[in-house]
Design a protein around this ligand. Structure first.
Ligand code: AKB
Length: 319
Protein backbone atom coordinates (compact mmCIF):
# COMPACT_ATOMS: atom_id res chain seq x y z
CA UNK A 1 0.00 0.00 0.00
CA UNK A 2 1.35 3.44 -0.90
CA UNK A 3 2.05 5.99 1.83
CA UNK A 4 0.70 9.50 1.62
CA UNK A 5 1.58 12.75 3.38
CA UNK A 6 -0.88 15.64 3.56
CA UNK A 7 0.71 19.00 4.29
CA UNK A 8 -1.89 21.43 5.61
CA UNK A 9 -4.19 18.67 6.86
CA UNK A 10 -6.03 20.93 9.35
CA UNK A 11 -7.20 23.37 6.70
CA UNK A 12 -10.58 23.48 4.98
CA UNK A 13 -9.73 21.12 2.11
CA UNK A 14 -7.05 19.18 4.03
CA UNK A 15 -9.60 18.06 6.64
CA UNK A 16 -11.98 16.48 4.13
CA UNK A 17 -9.16 15.13 1.99
CA UNK A 18 -7.64 13.42 5.01
CA UNK A 19 -10.82 11.51 5.88
CA UNK A 20 -11.40 10.48 2.27
CA UNK A 21 -7.82 9.30 1.70
CA UNK A 22 -7.82 7.42 5.01
CA UNK A 23 -11.03 5.64 4.08
CA UNK A 24 -9.42 4.64 0.81
CA UNK A 25 -5.90 3.76 1.91
CA UNK A 26 -6.17 3.09 5.67
CA UNK A 27 -5.47 5.27 8.71
CA UNK A 28 -1.79 4.51 9.12
CA UNK A 29 -1.00 4.98 5.42
CA UNK A 30 -2.06 8.61 5.36
CA UNK A 31 0.07 10.87 7.55
CA UNK A 32 -1.47 14.22 8.44
CA UNK A 33 0.72 17.26 9.02
CA UNK A 34 0.17 20.92 9.67
CA UNK A 35 1.91 23.87 11.26
CA UNK A 36 -0.68 23.76 14.08
CA UNK A 37 -2.05 20.98 16.31
CA UNK A 38 -5.37 19.48 15.15
CA UNK A 39 -8.58 19.98 17.16
CA UNK A 40 -8.81 16.30 18.03
CA UNK A 41 -6.04 13.82 18.82
CA UNK A 42 -4.69 11.92 15.80
CA UNK A 43 -1.93 9.35 16.31
CA UNK A 44 -0.81 9.74 12.69
CA UNK A 45 -0.41 13.51 12.87
CA UNK A 46 2.78 15.54 13.06
CA UNK A 47 3.64 19.20 13.31
CA UNK A 48 5.50 20.17 10.14
CA UNK A 49 6.66 23.54 8.88
CA UNK A 50 6.71 22.99 5.12
CA UNK A 51 8.97 26.01 4.58
CA UNK A 52 11.70 23.94 6.29
CA UNK A 53 12.97 21.68 3.51
CA UNK A 54 15.09 19.50 5.78
CA UNK A 55 12.15 18.86 8.11
CA UNK A 56 10.03 17.81 5.13
CA UNK A 57 12.85 15.59 3.83
CA UNK A 58 13.17 13.85 7.23
CA UNK A 59 9.41 13.23 7.34
CA UNK A 60 9.42 11.76 3.82
CA UNK A 61 12.27 9.42 4.77
CA UNK A 62 10.95 8.43 8.20
CA UNK A 63 7.45 7.57 6.98
CA UNK A 64 8.58 6.19 3.58
CA UNK A 65 6.19 8.56 1.80
CA UNK A 66 5.27 8.00 -1.87
CA UNK A 67 2.77 10.78 -2.52
CA UNK A 68 2.34 14.28 -1.12
CA UNK A 69 -0.74 16.51 -1.17
CA UNK A 70 0.51 20.06 -0.58
CA UNK A 71 -2.62 21.77 0.75
CA UNK A 72 -1.03 24.58 2.79
CA UNK A 73 -1.23 28.16 1.48
CA UNK A 74 -1.96 31.73 2.50
CA UNK A 75 -5.21 32.55 0.70
CA UNK A 76 -6.18 35.63 -1.30
CA UNK A 77 -7.62 38.00 1.31
CA UNK A 78 -5.03 37.21 3.98
CA UNK A 79 -2.19 37.43 1.46
CA UNK A 80 -3.12 41.04 0.61
CA UNK A 81 -2.41 41.98 4.24
CA UNK A 82 1.05 40.35 4.32
CA UNK A 83 2.24 40.34 0.68
CA UNK A 84 5.90 39.41 1.12
CA UNK A 85 5.24 36.79 3.76
CA UNK A 86 2.49 35.25 1.62
CA UNK A 87 4.80 35.17 -1.42
CA UNK A 88 7.58 33.63 0.69
CA UNK A 89 5.37 30.94 2.23
CA UNK A 90 3.40 30.02 -0.90
CA UNK A 91 6.50 29.79 -3.10
CA UNK A 92 8.91 28.21 -0.60
CA UNK A 93 6.66 25.30 0.30
CA UNK A 94 6.07 24.54 -3.38
CA UNK A 95 9.73 24.85 -4.41
CA UNK A 96 10.76 22.69 -1.44
CA UNK A 97 8.35 19.96 -2.52
CA UNK A 98 9.45 20.21 -6.16
CA UNK A 99 13.13 19.96 -5.20
CA UNK A 100 12.42 16.93 -2.99
CA UNK A 101 10.45 15.33 -5.82
CA UNK A 102 13.35 16.02 -8.19
CA UNK A 103 15.70 14.32 -5.71
CA UNK A 104 13.42 11.26 -5.71
CA UNK A 105 11.82 11.64 -2.24
CA UNK A 106 8.31 12.13 -3.66
CA UNK A 107 6.93 9.96 -6.47
CA UNK A 108 3.80 11.99 -7.11
CA UNK A 109 2.82 15.46 -5.91
CA UNK A 110 -0.55 17.23 -5.78
CA UNK A 111 -0.40 21.02 -5.64
CA UNK A 112 -3.57 23.08 -5.95
CA UNK A 113 -3.80 26.17 -8.09
CA UNK A 114 -6.82 28.49 -8.04
CA UNK A 115 -9.14 30.61 -10.15
CA UNK A 116 -7.06 33.44 -8.65
CA UNK A 117 -4.54 32.90 -11.47
CA UNK A 118 -6.94 34.82 -13.72
CA UNK A 119 -7.13 38.59 -13.77
CA UNK A 120 -8.99 41.64 -15.06
CA UNK A 121 -8.21 40.94 -18.75
CA UNK A 122 -9.17 37.26 -18.64
CA UNK A 123 -12.51 36.49 -20.36
CA UNK A 124 -14.82 36.25 -17.34
CA UNK A 125 -17.53 33.96 -18.63
CA UNK A 126 -16.67 30.34 -19.35
CA UNK A 127 -13.00 31.16 -18.84
CA UNK A 128 -10.98 28.91 -21.16
CA UNK A 129 -8.21 26.56 -20.06
CA UNK A 130 -5.63 28.54 -22.00
CA UNK A 131 -6.22 32.28 -21.90
CA UNK A 132 -4.92 35.66 -20.70
CA UNK A 133 -3.66 35.44 -17.11
CA UNK A 134 -2.87 38.73 -15.41
CA UNK A 135 -3.64 38.21 -11.69
CA UNK A 136 -3.39 41.32 -9.55
CA UNK A 137 -3.42 39.72 -6.11
CA UNK A 138 -0.36 38.37 -4.29
CA UNK A 139 -2.05 35.00 -3.96
CA UNK A 140 -2.94 34.91 -7.66
CA UNK A 141 0.59 35.90 -8.66
CA UNK A 142 2.01 33.15 -6.44
CA UNK A 143 -0.37 30.57 -7.93
CA UNK A 144 0.47 31.60 -11.49
CA UNK A 145 4.20 31.47 -10.73
CA UNK A 146 3.58 28.06 -9.11
CA UNK A 147 1.89 26.83 -12.28
CA UNK A 148 4.93 27.85 -14.30
CA UNK A 149 7.27 26.12 -11.84
CA UNK A 150 5.39 22.82 -11.80
CA UNK A 151 5.44 22.69 -15.58
CA UNK A 152 9.15 23.54 -15.54
CA UNK A 153 9.97 20.75 -13.08
CA UNK A 154 7.99 18.28 -15.13
CA UNK A 155 9.72 19.23 -18.37
CA UNK A 156 13.26 19.49 -17.01
CA UNK A 157 13.33 16.94 -14.18
CA UNK A 158 10.44 14.60 -15.01
CA UNK A 159 8.66 15.37 -11.73
CA UNK A 160 5.12 13.92 -11.62
CA UNK A 161 3.01 16.78 -10.31
CA UNK A 162 -0.75 17.11 -10.74
CA UNK A 163 -2.84 20.22 -10.26
CA UNK A 164 -6.34 21.69 -10.55
CA UNK A 165 -7.48 25.31 -10.28
CA UNK A 166 -9.88 25.22 -7.35
CA UNK A 167 -12.82 27.60 -7.42
CA UNK A 168 -14.24 28.75 -4.05
CA UNK A 169 -14.84 25.61 -1.99
CA UNK A 170 -17.92 25.22 0.19
CA UNK A 171 -17.91 22.77 3.09
CA UNK A 172 -19.27 22.27 6.60
CA UNK A 173 -16.49 20.42 8.49
CA UNK A 174 -13.84 23.16 8.67
CA UNK A 175 -14.07 26.89 7.98
CA UNK A 176 -11.94 28.32 5.19
CA UNK A 177 -9.25 30.74 6.30
CA UNK A 178 -8.77 34.09 4.66
CA UNK A 179 -10.14 33.70 1.14
CA UNK A 180 -12.36 35.93 -1.00
CA UNK A 181 -14.91 33.15 -1.50
CA UNK A 182 -15.27 32.52 2.28
CA UNK A 183 -18.60 34.36 2.39
CA UNK A 184 -20.25 31.33 0.80
CA UNK A 185 -19.38 29.25 3.88
CA UNK A 186 -19.79 31.91 6.60
CA UNK A 187 -23.33 32.62 5.37
CA UNK A 188 -24.52 29.14 6.39
CA UNK A 189 -23.11 29.40 9.92
CA UNK A 190 -24.62 32.85 10.46
CA UNK A 191 -27.95 31.86 8.88
CA UNK A 192 -28.33 29.07 11.43
CA UNK A 193 -26.88 30.78 14.49
CA UNK A 194 -27.96 34.43 14.00
CA UNK A 195 -30.65 34.40 11.29
CA UNK A 196 -28.85 37.07 9.30
CA UNK A 197 -25.57 37.61 7.45
CA UNK A 198 -23.60 40.64 6.32
CA UNK A 199 -21.87 39.80 3.05
CA UNK A 200 -18.48 41.34 2.28
CA UNK A 201 -19.26 40.89 -1.43
CA UNK A 202 -21.99 42.72 -3.34
CA UNK A 203 -25.33 41.04 -4.08
CA UNK A 204 -24.54 40.42 -7.75
CA UNK A 205 -20.93 39.22 -7.57
CA UNK A 206 -20.92 35.95 -9.45
CA UNK A 207 -18.00 33.60 -8.73
CA UNK A 208 -17.15 29.99 -9.58
CA UNK A 209 -17.69 27.71 -6.56
CA UNK A 210 -17.72 24.00 -5.80
CA UNK A 211 -19.09 21.77 -3.06
CA UNK A 212 -16.41 19.91 -1.12
CA UNK A 213 -17.30 16.34 -2.20
CA UNK A 214 -16.73 17.43 -5.81
CA UNK A 215 -13.41 19.11 -4.92
CA UNK A 216 -12.19 15.94 -3.18
CA UNK A 217 -13.35 13.81 -6.10
CA UNK A 218 -11.40 16.01 -8.56
CA UNK A 219 -8.29 15.94 -6.39
CA UNK A 220 -8.17 12.17 -6.05
CA UNK A 221 -9.29 11.57 -9.63
CA UNK A 222 -6.47 13.63 -11.15
CA UNK A 223 -3.94 11.93 -8.86
CA UNK A 224 -5.16 8.56 -10.08
CA UNK A 225 -5.38 9.48 -13.76
CA UNK A 226 -3.05 7.78 -16.19
CA UNK A 227 -0.11 10.15 -16.64
CA UNK A 228 -0.21 9.82 -20.42
CA UNK A 229 -3.80 11.06 -20.56
CA UNK A 230 -2.88 14.41 -18.95
CA UNK A 231 -2.31 16.93 -21.72
CA UNK A 232 -2.15 19.96 -19.42
CA UNK A 233 0.98 20.28 -17.32
CA UNK A 234 0.34 23.49 -15.48
CA UNK A 235 -3.13 23.17 -13.88
CA UNK A 236 -6.59 22.06 -15.02
CA UNK A 237 -9.67 24.28 -14.96
CA UNK A 238 -12.44 22.55 -13.00
CA UNK A 239 -15.96 23.94 -12.73
CA UNK A 240 -18.78 23.42 -10.27
CA UNK A 241 -21.50 25.98 -9.60
CA UNK A 242 -21.50 29.72 -10.28
CA UNK A 243 -23.78 31.92 -8.17
CA UNK A 244 -24.06 35.34 -6.52
CA UNK A 245 -24.50 36.09 -2.79
CA UNK A 246 -28.11 37.04 -3.54
CA UNK A 247 -28.85 33.75 -5.29
CA UNK A 248 -27.24 31.81 -2.46
CA UNK A 249 -29.28 33.73 0.12
CA UNK A 250 -32.52 32.97 -1.80
CA UNK A 251 -31.72 29.29 -1.75
CA UNK A 252 -31.01 29.37 2.00
CA UNK A 253 -34.31 31.21 2.57
CA UNK A 254 -36.19 28.24 1.11
CA UNK A 255 -35.14 26.28 4.23
CA UNK A 256 -34.85 29.21 6.67
CA UNK A 257 -37.61 31.64 5.60
CA UNK A 258 -36.70 34.20 8.28
CA UNK A 259 -33.09 34.51 7.11
CA UNK A 260 -32.02 37.88 5.76
CA UNK A 261 -28.86 39.21 4.19
CA UNK A 262 -27.29 42.65 3.87
CA UNK A 263 -24.31 43.75 1.81
CA UNK A 264 -21.25 45.68 2.98
CA UNK A 265 -18.56 45.10 0.35
CA UNK A 266 -14.97 45.58 1.51
CA UNK A 267 -11.53 45.17 -0.13
CA UNK A 268 -12.44 41.61 -1.13
CA UNK A 269 -14.97 42.97 -3.63
CA UNK A 270 -12.12 44.27 -5.83
CA UNK A 271 -10.44 40.86 -5.72
CA UNK A 272 -13.69 39.10 -6.64
CA UNK A 273 -14.25 41.46 -9.58
CA UNK A 274 -10.88 40.48 -11.05
CA UNK A 275 -11.84 36.77 -11.08
CA UNK A 276 -13.98 34.81 -13.56
CA UNK A 277 -17.72 34.26 -13.18
CA UNK A 278 -17.67 30.77 -14.65
CA UNK A 279 -15.11 28.27 -15.88
CA UNK A 280 -14.78 26.08 -18.96
CA UNK A 281 -13.52 22.71 -17.76
CA UNK A 282 -13.97 20.75 -21.01
CA UNK A 283 -10.26 19.87 -21.13
CA UNK A 284 -10.48 18.13 -17.73
CA UNK A 285 -13.56 16.26 -18.95
CA UNK A 286 -11.74 15.22 -22.10
CA UNK A 287 -8.50 14.11 -20.42
CA UNK A 288 -9.65 12.50 -17.17
CA UNK A 289 -13.48 12.47 -17.39
CA UNK A 290 -13.97 15.17 -14.79
CA UNK A 291 -17.58 16.16 -14.08
CA UNK A 292 -19.01 17.85 -11.01
CA UNK A 293 -22.08 16.43 -9.33
CA UNK A 294 -23.54 19.03 -6.96
CA UNK A 295 -25.70 21.91 -8.18
CA UNK A 296 -26.65 24.92 -6.04
CA UNK A 297 -29.85 23.35 -4.65
CA UNK A 298 -28.20 20.06 -3.66
CA UNK A 299 -25.24 21.86 -2.08
CA UNK A 300 -27.43 24.21 0.01
CA UNK A 301 -29.61 21.35 1.25
CA UNK A 302 -26.63 19.21 2.23
CA UNK A 303 -24.84 22.10 3.97
CA UNK A 304 -27.92 23.00 6.00
CA UNK A 305 -28.62 19.40 6.96
CA UNK A 306 -25.09 18.94 8.32
CA UNK A 307 -24.69 22.32 9.99
CA UNK A 308 -28.15 22.32 11.57
CA UNK A 309 -27.13 19.11 13.36
CA UNK A 310 -23.91 20.71 14.56
CA UNK A 311 -25.79 23.72 15.96
CA UNK A 312 -28.81 21.66 17.15
CA UNK A 313 -31.08 23.74 14.90
CA UNK A 314 -32.72 20.93 12.94
CA UNK A 315 -36.15 22.11 14.11
CA UNK A 316 -35.60 25.50 12.43
CA UNK A 317 -35.31 24.01 8.93
CA UNK A 318 -38.33 23.90 6.63
CA UNK A 319 -37.70 20.70 4.70
C1 AKB B 1 -9.69 32.29 -2.06
O1 AKB B 1 -10.78 32.86 -2.05
O2 AKB B 1 -8.61 32.85 -1.86
C2 AKB B 1 -9.68 30.81 -2.38
C3 AKB B 1 -9.45 30.54 -3.82
C4 AKB B 1 -10.50 30.85 -4.81
O3 AKB B 1 -8.41 30.07 -4.19
N1 AKB B 1 -10.90 30.21 -1.95
Amino acid sequence: MKKILIIGANGQIGTDLLSELRQKYGQANVIASDIKEPQTFDQHFLILDATDREAVRQTLIEYKIDEVYLMAAILSANAEKIPLKAWHVNMTILLNALELAKEGYIKKLFWPSSIAVFGPHTPRINTPQITIMDPNTVYGISKLAGERWIEYYREHFDVDVRSVRYPGIISWKTLPGGGTTDYAVEIFHDALTKGHYTSFLDANTRLPMMYMPDAIKATIQIMEADEDSLQIHNSYNIAGISFTPEELAHNIQKYLPGFHIQYKPDFRQTIAESWPESIDDSQAFKDWHWQHQYNLEAMVRDMLLHLSKKYHKEANLVL
